[in-house]
Design a protein around this ligand. Structure first.
Ligand code: NAI
Length: 350
């Protein structure tokens, strides 16, 4: 029965690696699958007119125009937790359902956040770079203990809670800022809820785990970096736009922050663009926006070039186990939709 119904459905995957294609082919045999390594913007859409399901990763911006160009699409199933690359309002208006993968990487991303914290606190990146050159001196490599220090977690959701557990294991004091506190959870995981201001004032390690949306845009900004405890470090494995790049550069320059671990950057999408592409009139098509982006890209390079900053290329999610969980959930999302079942992972904006 399923075979008969689902055969009709064409599914297009974007930003998909060859090994993922093999996995998906094996498990979605009753669907007609199309695979693209590129983000959706770089794919000609005219051959995708019968596609009912699109599955992007985070660099495919799904907006009203894309939905108009693909009128047969009925489901967007992003292979990520974050869905800020999808215009949910436009999708709702077009009667297109959206699902995500809400739970694949809570421990995975939290482990990466801790890898960044320890890199900075013990100067691992700078030590490694030196010993590779045969330089085994200790000068300027002194780190600091995590034990008895305070960690401030911004966003106490799935990932933030794992960070809290790990931090407790390191015998740190754990503070959490979240607009939706849960007292029982705080008791169970040994943390204390505080305001954002107090978190910034008291934390030796600040780590971002909030979603990106209009309300969280530049949650860390030029105004509130003044509250940060001098000598703190900042970790961002959530989304680059949560922190104003200008503020990060300023905080580093003034010694407010002595180190950063960033898996995400505000203009990470443009890091690999050639200079000539960045100055071409087609960059974003909007001269004002171009100017702002170019400033952010230059400031981002200040961070990339600083030996006080450890940058990873948005790969906090990238463990073997997490990737398998992403694909399994995406497959379940597609099959549930094709069978007209209730979508467990539907994204609904209230
Ligand atoms: P979640 O939805 O379980 O938790 C987010 C928490 O942030 C919730 O408790 C929510 O109440 C809180 N929150 C909402 N608005 C806030 C605000 N203004 N200030 C502080 N907290 C606020 O999400 P989860 O799974 O913990 O993921 C968090 C984010 O991590 C995702 O939205 C995604 O952008 C990012 N992420 C990054 C990955 C990477 O590879 N770098 C991989 C997976 C997720």
């Amino acid at each position: 029965m399923l075979k008969k119904i689902s055969k009709k459905f064409e599914v297009a995957f974007f930003e998909v690696e060859p090994w993922e294609q093999d996995y998906l082919k094996q498990r979605l045999k009753n669907f007609s699958l199309k695979f693209f390594c590129e983000p959706i913007e770089e794919v000609p859409l005219k051959n995708l007119q019968n596609v009912s399901v699109i599955s992007p990763f985070i660099y495919s911006k799904i907006n009203q125009k894309i939905l108009q160009d693909l009128p047969a699409v009925k489901l967007i199933t992003t292979r990520s937790t974050g869905f800020d690359h999808i215009d949910i309002k436009a999708a709702t208006q077009a009667k297109v359902k959206v699902t995500n993968v809400p739970f694949y990487g809570e421990n995975t991303v939290a482990e990466h956040a801790f890898a960044l914290i320890l890199s900075i606190s013990r100067n691992i990146h700078r030590s490694h770079e030196r010993t590779m050159r045969g330089d085994f001196r200790l000068d300027d490599l002194q780190g600091f203990d995590l034990k008895a220090k305070t960690i401030g977690i911004i966003g106490g959701g799935h990932i933030g809670q794992h960070v809290a557990r790990m931090a407790h294991g390191f015998e740190m004091n754990v503070l959490v800022y979240d607009p939706f506190p849960n007292k029982a959870l705080a008791k169970k995981l040994h943390f204390q809820y505080v305001t954002l201001e107090n978190l910034l004032k008291k934390s030796d390690v600040i780590t971002l785990h909030a979603p990106y949306n209009k309300k969280t845009h530049h949650l860390i900004n030029l105004k509130n970096i003044k509250l940060i405890k001098p000598g703190a470090i900042l970790i961002n494995t959530a989304r680059g736009q949560l922190a104003d790049t200008t503020a990060l550069v300023e905080a580093l320059r003034k010694g407010i922050l002595i180190g950063m671990g960033l898996d995400v950057l505000e203009a990470e999408k443009y890091v690999f663009k050639e200079e000539r592409e960045l100055v071409s009139p087609q960059f974003t098509g909007n001269p004002r926006q171009d100017k702002e982006w170019l400033k952010t890209i230059v400031e981002q390079h200040v961070l990339i070039n600083s030996d006080r900053v450890v940058i990873t290329p948005h790969n906090a999610f990238n463990s073997k186990e997490a990737l398998q969980r992403i694909l399994d959930t995406t497959i379940a999302n597609i099959i549930a939709w094709s069978q007209n079942k209730k979508l467990a992972n539907q994204v609904i904006i209230k």
